[in-house]
Design a protein around this ligand. Structure first.
Ligand code: IFM
Length: 486
């Protein structure tokens, strides 16, 4: 199944056609995400960021490392998935990726040239525990030790994601995320990494985008492990969040330096018109509150799982039975920050069907709406206890799969989102960091190498790196610690 289309179905995007942002700005009150007005006037040009604001870029292990069979690495669910026919659009695999396993040093030099304050990468669990539990593969640990040391030497703060989708295959064979035991295996693995790298001042991210794993991987079957079962999807939500909380407890117990949080991909949703406000609230439940509430409030929303349009259509009673006494105290274990990943917004129509309210990028699930970032940040401030916010992913793919460095649309996208971030800070958001997705063109999951998200172009034949226009643009923003409006 086509990844892009199924991720698009995550928001059930309908075929009502694009309407302008101006029209969208007329969307009525009553939206789960309050809509900004179009009358906002930027107070300054350029708009400055706080002195301690952190600028970063992000990647993930399976997308950039390559070298999937060396140095004792075990098999992940993505290796298995890629080997199955028709799973990946171009039939490709995680090899060569961007060959970052071998080229990490020159990639770190590029990051230093960019002036990055932080680099977020993920640890490949199968490099650390090839079987997903038990014995540790020291060569895997050594790779990340060297990477972290290389970052510190260059004055770049490591952002370490523990789980970015590459579950060891043996754990999948034992039930994967729908099985409760996986949460405990994740906490064991997390502890190994805290003990190995906890001497470094780093930001740790437990689980990357649990929503994508649950919905795209377990409901639509378009990502590994390729399951299409709503109850499995719901169970995987709870067990990932449980694993997150258990890992946070291990972090405290290990005495590791640094800070920890979870990385949630959030999508502000807006009713296409007043009559769809109730539907939009249900979509918001499944898209956002099902993940935010257990982490920040210690409860699950009542309206996210069930049979109504817009909900996750799983058996609510069966889901409730999975949540054991004490679990919600674990999922809401206090963290130093909430990491959010913002790509765009969603419109909602009849029965929860998604409506295209803003222009869609080359990733058909992405409606580009910079003001949605501001709305999201304001909503987090209004609805949840105060907590520092880190944007761990924000970006857009190239307009075509062809290799290019001419990415003016990405420059415009980044500028518009930086402006809204600065605006939100001015209005009291505790936003303190912004990571661009992605540092490098890489393996875009079921799209294979057909979608390029990097600010550095990668020729996958030669592995030559070529900074794009957006790289130079970002360098200027970082050095000024400010965003110009034009
Ligand atoms: O490439 C992905 C990343 O792995 C997770 N967040 C969204 C990105 C773009 O699709």
């Amino acid at each position: 199944m086509n990844d892009d289309l199924t991720r698009r179905r995550l928001l059930q995007i309908g075929a009502l056609g694009a309407v302008t942002a101006g029209l969208a700005a007329c969307a009525p009150a009553g939206s789960p995400t309050p809509m900004t007005t179009e009358t906002w006037m930027p107070p300054a040009d350029p708009m400055p960021f706080p002195a301690n604001y952190t600028w970063g870029t992000a990647t993930s292990a399976f997308q950039v490392e390559g070298s999937t069979t060396v140095d004792g690495r075990g098999v992940s669910i993505w290796d298995t998935f890629c080997a199955e026919p028709r799973r990946i659009r171009d039939g490709s695999t995680g090899d060569p990726g961007a060959d970052h396993y071998n080229r990490w040093e020159s990639d770190l030099d590029l990051m230093a040239e960019l002036g990055l304050g932080a680099y977020r990468f993920s640890v490949a669990w199968p490099r650390i525990q090839p079987l997903g539990s038990g014995a540790v593969n020291q060569k895997g640990v050594d790779f990340y030790r060297t990477l972290v040391d290389g970052l510190v030497e260059r004055g770049i703060k490591p952002g370490i994601t523990l789980y970015h989708w590459d579950l060891p295959q043996p754990l999948q064979d034992a039930g994967g995320w729908p099985a409760r035991d996986t949460a405990y295996r994740f906490a064991d693995y997390a502890r190994i990494m805290f003990d190995a790298l906890g001497d470094v001042d780093a930001d740790w991210f437990t689980i990357n985008e649990p929503k994508t794993t649950s919905y795209v991987g377990h409901l639509y079957g378009a990502h590994a492990p390729g399951i299409a079962d709503a109850d499995a999807a719901a169970a995987s939500v709870h067990h990932q969040l449980l694993g997150h909380g258990l890992a946070v407890r291990q972090f405290r117990d290990s005495g590791a330096q640094g800070r920890i949080g979870i990385a949630l991909n959030l999508t502000p949703v807006y009713p296409a018109s007043e009559e769809f406000s109730d539907s939009a609230r249900l979509v918001d439940g499944a898209e956002n509150r099902l993940f935010l509430d257990p982490v920040l409030l210690g409860s699950y929303p009542d309206d996210a799982i069930g049979r109504l349009g817009g909900m996750l259509h799983a058996d609510k009673a069966a889901f409730d039975a999975l949540v054991l006494d004490g679990d919600l105290a674990i999922t809401s274990e206090p963290c130093e920050f909430l990491a959010i990943q913002y790509y765009g917004s969603g419109g909602v129509g009849f029965d929860g069907a998604s409506v295209e309210l803003w222009p869609t990028s080359n990733a058909t699930w992405q409606q580009v709406h910079a003001e949605g970032l501001y709305d999201l940040l304001m909503r987090l401030k209004a609805d949840y206890p105060a907590i520092p916010i880190v944007i761990t992913e924000n970006g857009i793919p190239d307009e075509s799969p062809a290799l290019t460095t001419d990415d003016g649309y990405r420059v415009a996208y980044l500028r518009d989102h930086f402006v809204q971030a600065a605006r939100a800070i001015g209005d009291g958001s505790l936003l303190e960091a912004h990571y661009v997705w992605s540092m490098l063109d890489n393996f875009e999951w079921a799209e294979g190498y057909q979608q390029r998200w990097g600010i550095v172009a990668v020729d996958f034949e030669t592995q030559k790196r070529s900074p794009k226009r957006s790289f130079e643009y970002y360098k200027g923003v970082i050095s000024a610690n400010a965003v110009s409006l034009s």
